[in-house]
Design a protein around this ligand. Structure first.
Ligand SMILES: [Zn+2]
Length: 400
């Protein structure tokens, strides 16, 4: 067999996957899974100095135990560097997951989600890297990036530096389902926190003296609904989504609620519309705070804190990374299909850092759901795709 058309070892690919699925690693607790990846690469021949861990965890804070794992392979020939990425963390629904094989799928044994998002992606990259070393395949300089905290708003990818990655010319992020999908764009997202301040009073003796934070929030939410700023949003000038995911507050029933905390998000593929959407939502809360008064005409107020999580991005369909991915896919017999994602992806941050990055499937389906599963054949296809993208070395597209 021609070395360039070398394929991965099925048994090793599946063993990698099952091992990785068994390791706990919710966002912020990725050290064990990063350790497994680093040890496996070392065993396959990666030099110690190729492997580093950045200080993203220090920048993120929140008790994160490890930074992004970065593994830089020198090229066997001069060419532009390629980046391969996958996130290490899983969502809380995967806590305690036990993976089992059921026919052509890998599923979780109990009520948990599986964690194939994104251990399937991590396993693909590990398998491809092992194959490169074990079969001594020619390849350009390669960077393998295993990010932390993706599920918490792309935390790790936001803090990685292009310099630490060796300034790759293009990137391939494995984090998805169908083999053949090339995700060339993703939504942008704002997360916001709203503190609603009312006025406390005895709820039985003089409720009219109070200003209820609950009523302010209620008014604000109904304004959002009335102005079509709720859920799926289709306006003349743009489309997006919004959601309030967390509401906290209150201590006693005999006290007019004077403080309420809400946390929500807005998303859009259009950066301008995203800003408009978020500021209109803020306006609903400001107006609601002014509209609720006590018997003396006093009203409450709100504090709105905006965190822009990630900006929307869209690659040109003719971009070299898209053309190269499609040509390698075709050579493997896949049918490439361009897609846009309504979820956040590490590729958003990587592209914003000057590394045009596509996101590719790794056979994982129904993420963040107890029915999550990995289709074995698609996963193995994705491992072979990762290997082919790395071993083909972007020939004809990447200049030395
Ligand atoms: Zn994911």
């Amino acid at each position: 067999m021609n070395k360039r058309s070398s394929t991965i070892r099925k048994e090793l690919a599946l063993a990698n996957l099952m091992d990785l699925l068994k390791i706990g690693g919710l966002s912020g607790h990725e050290a064990a899974v990063a350790g497994y990846v680093a040890r496996s690469l070392r065993k396959a021949g990666a030099k110690k100095h190729w492997i580093t861990c950045d200080n993203a965890h220090k920048k993120i804070g929140c008790g994160f135990e490890a930074g992004n794992l970065i593994v830089k392979f020198p090229g066997t020939h001069r060419a532009a560097r390629l980046l391969f990425s996958a996130h290490l963390d899983t969502v809380p629904l995967c806590r305690g997951a036990v993976p089992i094989r059921r026919g052509h799928r890998i599923v979780a044994k109990g009520e948990t989600a599986l964690g194939g998002d994104n251990r399937a992606g991590v396993a693909c990259l590990l398998t491809a890297a092992q194959a490169l070393m074990q079969d001594d395949l020619p390849h350009p300089p390669l960077t393998f990036l295993f990010t932390v905290g993706e599920e918490l708003g792309l935390a790790g990818a936001r803090h990685v530096s292009a310099r630490a990655l060796g300034y790759p010319a293009m990137g391939f992020n494995f984090d998805g389902g169908n083999s053949g999908d090339i995700i060339v764009g993703a939504v942008g997202a704002d997360r916001w926190e709203i503190e609603v301040f009312g006025l406390s009073a005895h709820a039985g003796v003089c409720p009219e003296r109070g200003v209820s934070a609950a009523l302010i929030a209620g008014e604000a939410l109904s304004l959002m609904k009335k102005r079509s700023l709720w859920g799926k949003i289709k306006h003349q000038h743009g489309r997006g989504t919004s959601n309030i995911g967390i509401i906290r507050g209150g201590e006693a029933t005999n006290q007019v609620l004077d403080r309420l905390y809400l946390k929500g998000e807005s998303r859009s593929h259009d950066l301008k519309f995203l800003s408009t959407l978020t500021s209109r939502i803020e306006q609903c809360f400001v107006e609601a705070a002014h509209s609720v008064t006590n018997d003396q005409g006093k009203h409450g107020y709100i504090q709105f804190t905006l965190h822009r999580n990630y900006e929307p991005y869209r690659l040109d369909p003719t971009a070299p990374v898209v053309a190269y991915t499609a040509s390698v896919m075709r050579a493997l017999g896949f049918k490439p299909k361009m897609q846009i994602s309504d979820g956040g992806l590490d590729s958003s941050c990587l592209t914003a850092k000057g590394i045009p990055t596509v996101t590719l499937g790794s056979g994982n389906h129904m993420p963040h759901h107890p029915g999550e599963y990995i289709a074995v054949k698609e996963y193995l296809d994705a491992c072979n795709l990762a290997l082919a993208l790395a071993a083909s070395g972007g020939k004809g597209l990447c200049r030395a």
